[in-house]
Design a protein around this ligand. Sequence first.
Ligand code: ZN
Length: 274
Amino acid sequence: MRVEGLAINLATVREQWGLRQAVEACARHGIFAVDPWRDQVAACGLTEAATLMRDNGMRVSGYCRGGMFPGADPAARQAAIDDNRRALDEAAALGAACLVLVVGGLPKASRDLAGARAMVAEGLAALLDHARACRMPLAIEPLHPMYAADRACVNTLAQALDLCDRLGAGVGVAIDTYHVWWDPDLARQVARAGAGGRILAYHIGDWLVPTRDMLLDRGMMGDGIIDFKAMRRLIEDAGFTGPQEVEIFSALDWWKRPGEEVLAACIERFRACC
Ligand code: ZN
């Protein structure tokens, strides 16, 4: 039976399966939207990955990931932009809905957070022509502030939308419950994102109490404290009609379980909690 409205970010089963196995398993479970990662696509081969998606009738709800714009010197920043251009080409070849961006944190040994944020804005601006030319929207994903130093110095939806306002067409946001659930301004910013046509992706994963690892202890929906039904209402009231994409990095739990069990749990919790 087809599970409508659900997508799987393939990081969720990255320890269990390669791209082909993961896509074919999703299809067996009736899930027809996935978001693959660049390393998974590279291991499979881009052309083969694109064929795999087509043959299985997969919608590609996003492509993970580009970004990482800040660098210690101009050469490093240019290398990041060049790499992002390649990521855009890959996303286009896969027919992805957007290229998801984790924008990057502080360059090594830097304490200049404002400078890193300026580098992100410059990197996005430098990438935009190519993104527009290949009709591949850039989805800025604000990350929880605990990652500001090492992964993403864009930390709130408001901050991401301010960047969108400055950049114009071809850029939007990926809203991930794990990263934004705590934001007191969330309802207003989701509505703002929707009004601007900026919501490109909606990722779901739960916040566990306690969280034992900053990166690799995300929860299955229902195991933590996020109100997914309320979040979904916000997102849909803002006009987003795409799938809810389960994205769970879980070295401590779900990555240790059989992939089939993980997908079955995603479907069950999606139906019960989301
Ligand atoms: Zn995400």
